[in-house]
Design a protein around this ligand. Structure first.
Ligand code: GAL
Ligand code: CA
Length: 341
């Protein structure tokens, strides 16, 4: 009896401290530990927008986050996950390198009983998201970026008849594609072009090249090669799956003293400057800040063992099959780009 009373007394004394340690804003030894990665620190958007926000938002919410560079190698990421699990992190926030390799990542988390939030690259294998009750996804609706980019291009094309240089009524375009198999790259490529055909405008693809790294170097090299090719003078439009590649294409265009209408996706700061300078006609805001915040909010709730990981947050899950939080894209044009600075 005495022992029981003592135990209760101690429990009552200790409890407030225990609660404070988990709910307090200072990251301490009892704070939630998040093991995270970025598929490649060389990626402008992931490293420049998402990584700093993941870090600052986690800190502001009293969580400790470690973000490692997977250097574009899924095998490396798998090893990094093993290390996180061995170290006993409370939750994993994972940016897949290979969107078709989610199952191996989910199996690791599931075997260790650790919750997992995937972000930015949506898993492409069917059924994987329902294979584990503690896995969720934070990203966008990939198709939306292509649709918005396409609508911008169609409106501008119709407003600028001189863009049809050869006057054949068709758009002769080149397209810089991101990582093959990445839902964003596939959907942007498809829907940006589809906007023209849906609007009854003929298209002719002069060239399309993909880059798993979505890089500025790739954009520069391809655009340079295309400009000096046999069809170089026929190009009427440059479609870029992201701003990073668009920056490279702009460099190549400037070096060749050529101007062409050109569009990107992401709305990086540098893209806003290119829009201001008339070197870019539009981009689409890929809201990395809110995707980072949603990733951290879900990770913290999952680490706390909450069944509804969106409880008390600004986010909602699309449904129980995709288990996805989708942050909307926004059109960025010469008319509104200043709002995004
Ligand atoms: C996309 C983004 C690209 C690139 C890619 C990496 O959402 O638009 O610029 O960062 O993710 O997965
Ligand atoms: Ca034409």
């Amino acid at each position: 009896m005495k022992k029981t009373i003592l135990f209760i007394a101690v429990a009552i004394m200790v409890l407030p401290f225990a609660v404070f340690a988990n709910g307090g804003s200072e990251a301490g030894s009892d704070s939630i530990v998040i093991g995270a990665n970025i598929y490649s620190f060389a990626d402008n958007f992931m490293n420049g927008v998402m990584k700093p926000e993941l870090e600052s938002y986690a800190a502001a919410n009293g969580a400790e986050i470690t973000i490692v560079d997977s250097e574009g190698q899924q095998a490396k990421l798998n090893d990094q996950i093993d290390v996180f699990i061995t170290k006993g992190v409370d939750v994993l926030a994972i940016n897949l390198v290979d969107p078709a390799s989610a199952s191996s990542v989910i199996e690791k988390a599931s075997a260790a009983g650790i919750p997992l939030v995937l972000f930015n690259k949506e898993a492409t294998e069917a059924g994987v998201m329902t294979s584990y009750d503690k896995v969720w996804y934070v990203g966008t609706d990939s198709a939306e970026s292509g649709i918005i980019q396409g609508e911008m291009m169609v409106a501008d094309w119709n407003a600028n008849p001189d863009w049809d240089k050869n006057g054949d009524g068709a758009v002769q375009y080149v397209l810089l594609k991101g990582e093959p198999g990445h839902p964003d790259a596939e959907a942007r490529t498809k829907y940006s072009v589809k906007a023209f055909t849906d609007a009854g405008i003929k298209v002719e693809e002069l060239a399309l090249e993909a880059d798993p790294n979505w890089s500025t170097q790739h954009g520069n090299d391809k655009m340079q090669a295309w400009l000096s090719s046999s069809f170089g003078n026929d190009i009427e439009l440059v479609i870029c799956n992201n701003d990073g590649m668009a920056f490279g294409a702009i460099n190549a265009l400037k070096a060749a003293d050529v101007w062409l209408p050109l569009y990107g996706v992401d709305a990086l700061d540098q893209a806003l400057t290119h829009i201001a300078d008339g070197e870019m006609n539009g981009t689409v805001l890929n809201d990395g800040v809110n995707q980072s915040r949603a990733t951290i909010d879900l990770a913290i709730n999952a680490a706390k063992g909450m069944d509804d990981v969106t409880a008390g947050t600004n986010w909602t899950l699309e449904n129980q099959t995709t288990k996805a939080v989708r942050v909307p894209y926004v059109a960025v044009t010469p008319e509104n780009y200043q709002d995004f600075r």
